[in-house]
Design a protein around this ligand. Sequence first.
Ligand code: 5GP
Ligand code: MG
Length: 184
Amino acid sequence: MHTLLTAAQLSEGIDRLARDVRQAYGDCPLTVVGVLTGSVVVVSDLIRRLEGPVRLSMVWASSYRGTATRAGRLDLRLDLLPDLTGQHVLLVDDIFDSGRTLEAILADLRGRGAASVRSLVLLRKQGRAEVAIEPDFVGFDIPDLFVVGYGLDYDGAWRHLPHLAVLDADDIVTGGASTADSPG
Ligand code: 5GP
Ligand code: MG
């Protein structure tokens, strides 16, 4: 495993994202919708830098199973969402890979009467998009490598790392402590 982005670089990226978001929205109240589980760290760092009124809700999505490093079937749980009518919604996820997770959640959110719906991702993987949409705010473009840390897991492990790391081939063969499903 080797470091791709240090904690300091991530922190600068979140500062920049928070500034860009506030520049786009001004002082208007914002409803951040985070995608469990991988976005918990970026969401918690981001909302504390967003000056002005913020509400927070979470949805759940998973397209990974156990030790796989390519997406499988997408499972979504959006039943925790409050009424979004008239709100300015910012969907926040950890990483834009194929884009299928964001595309599916955005499609649902757009049917809920929000005043606006935009999206933010900490990371975007180069050359992987399978959808026509792009996130409105992107922290970092990264190469097509499987990354962990700062909320992102491999088979349930490594979310707690303060930096972003790349799993090497031998980590993927031997890594991961369990065979349990790992909601992304
Ligand atoms: P997409 O639907 O864009 O293909 O995938 C988005 C989801 O897949 C992310 O929210 C994340 O949970 C997971 N994912 C995609 N790439 C990676 C990666 O490199 N590392 C980890 N840990 N998860 C990833
Ligand atoms: Mg995810």
